[in-house]
Design a protein around this ligand. Structure first.
Ligand SMILES: C=CC1=C(C)c2cc3[nH]c(cc4nc(cc5[nH]c(cc1n2)c(C)c5CCC(=O)O)C(CCC(=O)O)=C4C)c(C)c3C=C
Ligand code: FE2
Ligand code: FE2
Length: 345
């Protein structure tokens, strides 16, 4: 029998700094997130970051936490329920980090008699730190605990017309009656090194003005290309005028070079250059979370106001929108009757 496992990033169990520390330890010790040798990662994460960040992050989580729990998890649960109401195959939910483990999610499906699973990493764009780490962990769990399972993973869907359609609709609905001068597409950043590491051609990615718009097999695993392409497809669909929108990358951690330009500096620059009304959308996140609710909607807005900006409009993530749950259900239903790669190609 077939079944589906939706997978998102995860959150701490609570906003208590102890729980945040435990969560950050698991997250940042993942070699696909901080991709340096174990001894160095251990020194950076356990020797430096975990001494100061958990308290600061816990305060940030406290600002956005809901009565029901972490917004990212609550929203993912709502999405899962909506999809389950629409399809006949069992649909479970798991997180890459934290208590809602991938192992529990796989077991939940196995307990219902499932032996063929489609995992859906809830990330539109491929990254080592998101899609890849989920796929690798699922493979490890299969080998160790569930050797009988047949598992397929849904590839990044940044350029699928159905996804672009709902993302564009979510933007146009929010901005329908909003007068804005500039729209920022803010994606979670990654270190530039991650882009070079996943260049399967070994020489395409330059992180310059042209590599990501020059066709190449490297783009299958190029996070930067996939972000820029998401924006380009939405801009085309919404007929956005050149100069009225731009890309930026948020949430930088550490001192290595990350993808540019940084969102906070871009917001500040726009305001300093005289932009009074701006809007921002965060297409790397399908659910609102700490990075959208605190870093963008709170901190980003503050930066804009302090630099002289006035109206700051945030487009919500797709969350549990009906049309988004319908798109995911349609991909699931296509997989039910065919191979997923051919079904959504
Ligand atoms: C959308 C895709 C994401 C990528 C790519 C990504 C990469 C990445 N993240 C960190 C460090 C942190 N990220 C944190 C929170 C966080 N990150 C994502 C998504 C991506 N991360 C989400 C959805 C969230 C929010 C989780 C929630 O509970 O709401 C955090 C924790 C918060 C904080 O202390 O700021 C850290 C740390 C790195 C190093 C990285 C590198 C590739
Ligand atoms: Fe992150
Ligand atoms: Fe590129």
């Amino acid at each position: 029998m077939k079944g589906v496992l939706l997978v998102n990033l995860g959150s701490p169990d609570s906003t208590n700094p102890k729980d945040v520390k435990k969560y950050l330890d698991e997250f940042l010790m993942d070699p696909r997130v901080i991709d340096v040798p174990f001894w160095l990662r251990s020194f950076i994460v356990r020797g430096i970051i975990l001494n100061t960040r958990p308290k600061k992050s816990a305060e940030a989580y406290q600002k956005i936490w809901w009565d029901e729990g972490s917004p990212l998890i609550v929203i993912s649960e709502r999405l899962q329920k909506k999809i389950q109401e629409k399809t006949t195959v069992p649909v479970a939910l798991a997180m890459r980090y934290g208590s809602m483990t991938l192992k529990k999610g796989l077991q939940e499906l196995v307990d219902q008699g499932v032996d063929e699973i489609l995992t859906i990493p809830l990330y539109p764009q491929f990254a080592m730190a998101t899609t890849e780490t989920i796929d690798v962990k699922v493979e490890e769990l299969k080998n160790e605990f569930f050797p009988h399972l047949e598992i397929t993973s849904l590839p990044a869907f940044y350029n699928k017309p159905e996804y672009i359609e709902v993302l564009s609709k979510s933007i146009s609905e929010k901005l329908e009656n909003v007068d804005y001068e500039h729209l920022i597409f803010s994606y979670h950043g990654v270190p530039e090194r991650h882009i070079y590491k996943r260049d399967i051609t070994k020489n395409h990615c330059k992180i310059d003005g042209s590599c990501c718009i020059t066709p190449s097999p490297a783009h299958e695993f190029c996070y930067r290309h996939q972000c820029l392409k998401t924006t380009a497809l939405v801009a085309e669909k919404l007929n956005l005028k050149p100069g009225t929108y731009s890309n930026a990358f948020q949430s930088r951690l550490g001192f290595d070079p990350w993808l540019k330009p940084p969102t906070d500096r871009t917001i500040e620059r726009l305001a300093l250059e005289g932009t009074k009304k701006m809007a921002i959308v965060t297409p790397a996140f399908v659910s609102d979370c700490l990075e959208t609710l605190e870093e963008i909607a709170m901190e980003g807005q503050e930066i804009f106001h302090e630099a002289g900006g006035k109206d700051f409009t945030v487009v919500p993530c797709l969350n549990d929108r009906d049309d988004w749950s319908e798109v995911l259900t349609s991909w699931i239903d296509q997989w039910r009757i065919a191979d997923v790669k051919t079904a959504i190609a």
